[in-house]
Unconditional design. Structure first.
Length: 271
């Protein structure tokens, strides 16, 4: 009993340090999550859904783009196959960065299921790239990053659902908020990419236009996603913006310097 009580302050200290390390890293994400999710909740409220719908959907779907799409799916003729395929295609990216985090989630014990469940794009980016201080527990750091991001998203969606159910003015066009977000991301990547061919952006623009002409406005989404996935896999060597040419040259130069240093050390050892 005394041993357990003695361990409680140490455990609380580990949690506190992890929270203080995680909070400033996720605060900008939490703010953006809150307002984006709030717009989703308002949209659900204006469509006649109780705030419980965005609360539960934001807690369990946790794929923002799919939540916005689901609003229209709920008020239109239900097509289970198309809904399943759309959800799978939009969430496939989770599979790839989820696999890359398996090594980091080793020995996380009871926290591991939640860390897997609560992972999203931004949570992955923080947990994968953060330089965690040596005195901060890695598992609790990952936990608080995931928890803070999810709480901000669920809170925003819930508040938006409450507000949206009480709005009396015309909210036509509110569902354009997600489209506007993707347009901003598209323009930012177009302007900042090192690849002047813009092959990825053009593929993502041209393929849906062709599929819309072939399959119609109601059925083009899934063929577009499948076609883009196939093209991106085939064109992978030409779409890598993460390692532009100058990075490759710099890596070669660093390798040459390291090799020269190794040769010098070997020569000194022999002499």
């Amino acid at each position: 009993m005394a041993g357990r009580n003695a361990d409680e302050p140490a455990e609380w200290g580990r949690k506190t340090r992890a929270f203080k390390a995680a909070f400033p890293r996720v605060l900008p994400i939490c703010i953006s999550f809150f307002f984006l999710a709030m717009s989703y909740g308002v949209l659900m409220g204006t469509r006649g859904f109780s705030f419980l719908w965005p609360l539960c959907m934001s807690a369990f779907i946790y794929t923002g783009s799919m939540e916005f799409v689901t609003v229209n799916l709920l008020v239109s003729a239900f097509n289970p196959f198309a809904t399943l395929m759309l959800a799978l295609m939009m969430g496939t990216r989770h599979l790839f960065y989820g696999l890359s985090m398996l090594g980091r989630f080793k020995n996380m014990e009871a926290k591991k299921p939640y860390l897997i469940y609560a992972m999203c794009d931004e949570t992955f980016a923080v947990n994968n790239s953060a330089q965690i201080p040596a005195d901060v527990d890695r598992g609790w750091f990952y936990f608080f990053v995931s928890l803070l991001n999810q709480v901000s998203w669920v809170a925003g969606a819930t508040l938006g659902g409450i507000v949206g159910g009480r709005l009396t003015f015309d909210t036509t066009g509110l569902d354009f908020v997600m489209t506007a977000l993707f347009v901003v991301i598209f323009v930012d990547q177009w302007l900042t990419t090192k690849r002047k061919s813009h092959m990825a952006a053009l593929t993502g623009t041209v393929v849906p236009v062709i599929c819309m002409a072939l399959f119609g406005a109601d059925n083009f989404m899934i063929p577009s996603l499948i076609a883009m996935l196939v093209m991106f896999i085939m064109l992978r060597p030409y779409l890598d913006d993460l390692k532009p040419d100058d990075v490759g040259k710099r890596d070669d130069a660093d390798g040459a310097v390291e090799s020269a240093a190794d040769r010098n050390e070997v020569g000194e050892a022999r002499s």
